[in-house]
Design a binder for this molecule. Structure first.
Ligand SMILES: Cc1cc2nc3c(=O)[nH]c(=O)nc-3n(C[C@H](O)[C@H](O)[C@H](O)COP(=O)(O)OP(=O)(O)OC[C@H]3O[C@@H](n4cnc5c(N)ncnc54)[C@H](O)[C@@H]3O)c2cc1C
Length: 401
């Protein structure tokens, strides 16, 4: 079987490599969501994002009329792989806008909304940065349990409630928000709607939530009588659940290629490190334990690549890859966790130093992936939830409760 990609895709791959080598500082390797924490990383991400937009890559999949290039699914896959390999920041500012707000507006927004918001996202500028607010203190996997309310008042809705774990809320200009519009609906998933909310609206409070390594990625967001124009309702009122199922599919399948790219880069870096470091007078790369750990991981990474090819092919056939997207996301984030552990074992005590200190090796990427990857296994649906989907759609198991 020949999996070779076409000339267009290979030219794109080369172009992104050249871009990364020219535009990124040598120590830069940004993992998913990482750019949102430190101000210096955010500043770099914003500048790279604008350059990606100028190249026409940021939203390459979108139709030309909305700032994209109408790129094929294969080109998008290559773009995801390369951005993951080079750790390019600013690829999907605040993730949400490029990866699912835009695609969702094209699927179920109206033309007025598309004309207003899609060019903002496509510009790569600060006004096109989004956060996504689904989770609440009592609603995560059980998303239909959300309690934040929107009540219609003339030409506006009034929003009250609390969201939690909202990545990028401290950087975002816009919020993609899920609320209850009909709390009395016979089934709780039927009374949900989606709004686009200006984060500068009076009544919004954003409180930082630092994670266990003091990174400021997510936040609590409080809505206190926040007034939103009725024209910011996306899709049909009370049909938000059905709309969001499509958004989540976009979110999950967009993660596979960058996870593969991340994995291959980390393994290349670890292999280089093992060749360089001497242990008992021999390079570490001659140690069988080290070689086998790296070999197992690279086989898994190549499996992920083929999984991504399969999902991409399904997309080209007009199929909706529900099982494949969940499989690739769960497999990819667990692979990243395993590589973090392997890296810790290979680098030993160097992994206990501050990743940003002068003592760190490989620019601290092993410590960072070790600390960040468990969160990636939770974000966008936990691995357990992905496995429920796999069980249902691949094995025909009954739907999980
Ligand atoms: C890094 C990061 C970024 C995030 N960013 C955002 C964001 O931007 N916006 C946003 O809205 N949310 C965000 N989240 C929140 C994330 O979506 C939720 O944490 C996730 O959906 C799980 O919900 P929960 O934390 O309430 O856990 P719960 O749903 O309470 O789950 C607790 C445990 O029970 C398991 N479990 C739950 N139900 C089932 C079931 N039916 N079958 C088997 N196991 C089950 C879960 O897998 C988990 O292990 C982020 C989370 C992280 C870690």
């Amino acid at each position: 079987m020949d999996f070779k990609l076409g000339e267009k895709e290979e030219a794109l791959r080369k172009g992104i490599r050249e871009f990364a080598q020219k535009e990124l500082p040598s120590e830069c390797f940004c993992l998913l969501l990482e750019e949102e924490s430190r101000d210096e990383d955010w500043k770099l991400a914003m500048s790279i994002s604008k350059k990606l937009a100028q190249k026409g890559w940021l939203v390459m999949a979108w139709p030309k009329e909305y700032g994209g290039q109408g790129a094929s699914y294969w080109e998008q896959m290559v773009y995801g792989e390369e951005c993951g390999y080079w750790g390019i920041p600013g690829v999907a500012m605040g993730v949400s806008g490029v990866a699912w707000v835009g695609p969702s507006l094209m699927q179920f927004g109206n033309e007025e909304q598309r004309k207003k918001y899609l060019p903002l996202i496509a510009s790569g500028e600060a006004d096109g940065v989004w956060c996504t607010a689904y989770s609440e203190p009592n609603a995560g996997s059980d998303f239909a349990n959300i309690q934040t309310r929107a009540v219609r008042d003339g030409d506006e809705y009034v929003i009250n409630g609390q969201k939690v774990w909202t990545s990028c809320a401290h950087r975002a200009r816009w919020c993609w928000l899920a609320v209850k519009t009909d709390p009395g609906a016979p089934k709780k998933h039927r009374g949900i709607s989606i709004f686009m909310v200006d984060m500068k609206s009076p009544g919004i409070t954003v409180n930082p939530l630092l994670n266990y390594h003091d990174a400021h990625i997510f936040n609590e967001v409080f809505f206190d009588n926040v007034r939103v124009p009725a024209s910011n309702l996306v899709g049909e009122e009370n049909k938000g659940w059905y709309h969001l199922m499509q958004s989540l599919a976009s979110e999950r399948h967009s993660l596979g290629p960058p996870l593969y790219g991340n994995a291959r880069r980390l393994l290349d870096e670890l292999a280089g490190y093992a060749k360089e470091i001497q242990h008992d007078g021999k390079p570490l790369s001659q140690n069988l334990g080290v070689r086998h750990m790296l070999a197992d991981a690279v086989v898994e990474a190549e499996m992920l690549k083929l999984f991504n090819y399969q999902v991409t092919w399904e997309l080209t056939q007009g199929l909706i890859p529900i099982y494949g997207s969940s499989r690739n996301k769960a497999f990819g984030d667990q692979l990243l966790e395993r590589i973090g552990i392997i890296g810790m074992r290979i680098m030993g005590a160097y992994c206990q130093v501050d990743p940003y200190s002068k003592w760190t090796k490989l620019h601290g990427i092993i410590q960072r992936v070790y600390l960040l990857s468990p969160g990636i296994s939770i974000a966008a649906g936990t691995d357990e939830i992905e496995k429920n989907v796999i069980g249902q759609f691949k094995l025909g198991l009954p739907k999980s409760y």
